[in-house]
Design a protein around this ligand. Structure first.
Ligand code: ARG
Ligand code: ZN
Length: 872
């Protein structure tokens, strides 16, 4: 039952205007729809009208006010078809739905007693019969009727038009959205909500009211989201010339939400975790995450809503572009190099793994069974990397002219990735045809590079060879157009040398274009032996292999002019040392610490500190997950042991330095999520984590003091995590207990409390997970809780992968139960099991047997699709 991109047909019927009336009731909400429908000029006059609809109880149906009798239409589990319809008509329907029974959290559902919706991608069909596809765009008028007491607030897209009281303690509000939109952008919210309000004047002078709607107890957690929204609105005007287009912009926080947030026109709905912050409840990372997501959803107003996708295969058209936009916004607002380092380090860990596994797919997939399985790192983050490459290829100015052209030409339309790239080609004159392969080819290209310095002629020969490995359904790959930003750093001068290629001076930092399977670039007038700095700022989403010596890496770590590559050199150096230690562990040989790593860290710690946030990143070792990515077969225990050994060796060798860094960065200032303070805290907390790796008196004392000082959640959470992950149960238990009691009323803090406990590396966590699943604050119906407890446990490398297979079994049990409750979340939860090929025989067998066990169940299409791919 997959859908194929190549089968795309334009819709035979358009809906030009949609009127909806909701009479809310938890068990039996009535939805009346009045649709103005027109046959497409090119469509066959006999084409039947086919509407999507699932889990709907049909009450009545009429065309142009004439009720249809049952022989005039057909309903099955997924569609409603009417054989003979006029060229232009009004279709009226009434259906009944049960929001309180909707545990899938798609369509109209209840969260904490309030009503809310999630329609992207195909949730609207659970609300009413409709052509549920993004290329059908209509203006909407929506009336919401609710109980005055229980639902004092009734929201929908656009501007409020009319409100009034009704009999029986009911009331209504009518909303109108003048911008034609696909139904996936429809939203409704009703409940006992409170708002914080602010105002924004757009560059053309439109006055916009901004509201953040939350439950009463969260009113003190909205400030940062509101401030972020205003910054995002200014940024989009300046960076893209895009301004807001309604009088009202609303954000609503809900506790039960499958993803982060949703860009419904004028009424963005957020997972409360992606919007609520308070210094006492949210970490710096959470503050930054909220800022990025608020911006992301706001930016969708243009890249997604005004210009939308023709079909769901084009999902990356809006998501890749919008992620790129939010990344640039966050880079401009915070530390740009740190933003890049964090994004890339996540990307290389998680997206590379996806691209190398059984669910690998191109940025534009050519088929799918269930589209919600495709809200992936590939569509989002690799999609953003491809837009970033495009900007670098055409240049910033052409990129901006290209985006202007795109927004103007396609305003109000549902378009394709070709339309977007076409604008960039048009404004720049570049030939982007080879570049388009990035959208259709899955897999991460490997680039094997080597270089030789020719002293006699003063030449540097750089050879780059590219190869993209086979992925499911794509055995053979074509060469991609890969922009490689680079420099040659002189080993004598320590400076970037001027690059001369084919007789032309191209600067000290330039982009070379790899288009063939293999190419050699000859740089002339190279006066001294250089070390190449390649793929600066991660200029393409590839794996770059260059035979750097540890001396080369130590040199780049201190001399590369590109901050990103300085950091990367440190990571590569650490990885080489870790490799040795992993081998030593496996062979039961005594581990010896590489002194070059210690020296490099010493230089960093004693050198002048220009950017504390960057330094904190440079002092952070590659994660176990990233180290695992580099290994042919993942040995979780050896990786853990090797990394701990490096941490402890560094802590022992550089104890004084870490204490000094810690003390220099303690501050009594009131908490603010400013880049300066965040940088200080991250540096201080990295130092603390080294000190805690050896658990000496001083480290423990600092950690306990930081926990008890209770200054802000960033510091408290770090201290609690370090205590819980240490061997000092005597200190950890009381801290956990007091934290859990103090925050029992706050679900977002309890999520953190769960995560801290189940990510403990010591091997006894499984029982704890089972115990916590019975905790009153836990619920399988709440996706945040599932992620915080079960999802986090499945990231716990040593414990999840325990050799008796019980970790896998527990995950499979949860997947099977969630498959009935919430298929989207169930399908996502399987991911760690789909990576079975990466492990040793024993674990492979255990993981596969759990996948097989899941396959024995009656499955949702979501889980079915993932499990089939994983076992194929
Ligand atoms: N468009 C939303 C965003 O990225 C996410 C949509 C969620 N869709 C889903 N099926 N859960 O901002
Ligand atoms: Zn998005």
């Amino acid at each position: 039952q997959p859908v194929y991109l190549s089968d795309y047909q334009p819709p035979a019927y358009r809906v030009t205007h949609t009127e909806l009336t909701f009479d809310l009731d938890p068990a039996a909400t009535r939805v009346k729809a009045r649709l103005l429908i027109e046959r497409h000029a090119k469509a066959d006059a006999n084409a039947p009208l086919v509407l999507n609809g699932e889990h709907l109880k049909l009450i009545s149906l009429s065309i142009d006010a004439t009720p249809l009798n049952e022989s005039a239409y057909q309903v099955d589990a997924e569609t409603l078809s009417i054989a003979n319809v006029p060229e232009r008509f009004v279709l009226e329907s009434e259906v009944e739905i049960a929001p309180q029974e909707n545990t899938a959290l798609e369509g109209l559902y209840q969260s904490n007693g309030m009503y809310c919706t999630q329609c992207e991608a195909e949730g609207f069909r659970r609300i009413t019969f409709y052509p549920d596809r993004p290329d059908v765009m209509a203006t909407f008028k929506v009336t919401v009727i609710g109980d005055q007491q229980r639902e004092p607030v009734l929201l929908a897209n656009g501007n409020p038009l009319e409100r009034g009281e009704l009999e029986g303690g009911r009331h209504f509000v009518t909303w109108e959205d003048p911008h034609p939109k696909p139904c996936y952008l429809f939203a409704l919210v009703a409940g006992n909500l409170h708002s914080v309000e602010d105002h924004f004047t757009t560059m053309s002078g439109r006055e916009v009211t901004l509201q953040v709607w939350v439950e009463q107890e969260n009113l003190d957690k909205t400030e940062h989201a509101m401030a972020s929204l205003k910054r995002a609105m200014v940024w989009d005007e300046q960076a893209y010339g895009r301004e807001y287009d309604l009088d009202l912009f609303m954000i609503v926080a809900v506790n039960d939400f499958n993803m982060g947030a949703m860009e419904n026109k004028g009424l963005n709905i957020f997972n409360s975790a992606a919007v609520l912050t308070h210094p006492h409840t949210a970490t710096d990372a959470a503050f930054q995450n909220v800022e990025g997501i608020v911006a992301h959803e706001y930016f969708h107003n243009w890249s997604g809503n005004r210009v939308t996708c023709r079909d769901w295969f084009q999902l990356s058209l809006k998501e890749g572009f919008t992620v790129f936009r939010d990344q640039c916004f966050s880079a401009d607002t915070n530390s740009a190099p740190v933003k890049r380092i964090q994004d890339v380090s996540f990307f290389r860990t998680a997206q590379f793994a996806e691209d190398a596994g059984p669910t690998a797919h191109p940025i534009r997939p050519d088929h799918f069974i269930e589209i919600t399985n495709f809200y992936t790192l590939t569509i989002y983050e690799k999609g953003a990397e491809v837009v970033r490459m495009l900007r670098n290829l055409v240049g910033e100015e052409n990129f901006r002219r290209g985006s202007d052209l795109y927004f103007e030409r396609f305003d109000g339309q549902a378009v394709t990735i070709e339309d977007f790239v076409g604008c960039m080609a048009e404004t720049s004159g570049e030939d982007l045809s080879q570049f388009m392969r990035w959208y259709s080819q899955a897999g991460t290209p490997d680039i094997d590079a080597h270089g030789e310095y020719d002293y006699v002629h003063g030449e540097y020969h750089l050879t780059l060879r590219q190869r993209t490995p086979a992925t499911p359904g794509q055995p053979d790959k074509l060469p991609l157009h890969i922009p490689v930003r680079m420099g040659l750093v002189g080993t004598k001068s320590g400076q970037d040398l001027t690059l001369t290629l084919n007789g032309e001076k191209i600067g000290k930092d330039a982009v070379i274009h790899l288009r063939d399977d293999e190419q050699t670039f000859v740089f002339t007038d190279v006066a001294e032996a250089p070390v190449p700095s390649l793929l600066r700022e991660f200029s393409a989403p590839v794996k770059l292999h260059f035979p750097y010596s540890r001396e080369d890496l130590a040199f780049l770590l201190t001399h590369d002019s590109d901050g990103f590559n300085r950091w990367d050199a440190g990571q590569r150096l650490a990885l080489l040392a870790l490799d040795d230690l992993i081998a030593a562990h496996r062979n039961s040989v005594e581990k010896v610490m590489d002194s070059r790593v210690v020296d490099a860290f010493k230089t960093l710690l004693n050198g002048p500190i220009s950017d504390k946030a960057v330094l904190a990143e440079m002092l952070t070792l590659p994660s176990e997950a990233y180290i695992a990515e580099q290994q042919p077969i993942v040995d979780v225990d050896a990786i853990h042991a090797a990394r701990e050994f490096v941490r402890q060796s560094l802590a022992l060798a550089l104890r004084e330095e870490f204490v000094a860094i810690y003390e220099a960065n303690v501050t009594e200032e009131p908490y603010a999520p400013t880049p300066e303070q965040i940088a200080q805290r991250s540096l201080k907390n990295v130092a603390l984590s080294y000190l805690m790796s050896i658990e000496d008196e001083q480290g423990l004392a600092l950690c306990e003091a930081q926990f008890s000082a209770d200054h802000n959640m960033t510091d408290v959470r770090q201290a609690l995590t370090l205590l819980v992950h240490s061997d000092r149960d005597d200190l950890a238990s009381p801290a956990l207990k007091s934290f859990g009691e103090k925050w029992a009323h706050d679900p977002l803090v309890m999520d953190q409390w769960f995560t801290i406990q189940v990510s403990r590396p010591q091997g006894d966590v499984l029982e704890r997970v089972k115990y916590l699943m019975q905790h009153p604050a836990f619920s399988l119906k709440n996706p945040n809780k599932v992620r915080a407890l079960i999802g986090a446990f499945a990231q716990n490398r040593v414990n999840f992968h325990r050799l008796d297979g019980q970790g896998y079994q527990l995950l499979a049990d949860v997947v099977i139960e969630l498959n009935r409750l919430n298929p989207e979340i169930a399908a996502r939860l399987i991911t760690p099991l789909t990576r079975w090929q990466r492990f040793d025989e024993t674990r492979q067998v255990l993981m596969r047997s759990q996948l097989e066990r899941i396959r024995q169940q009656p499955l949702s299409p979501n889980v079915y699709e993932v499990v089939e791919k994983a076992l194929a």
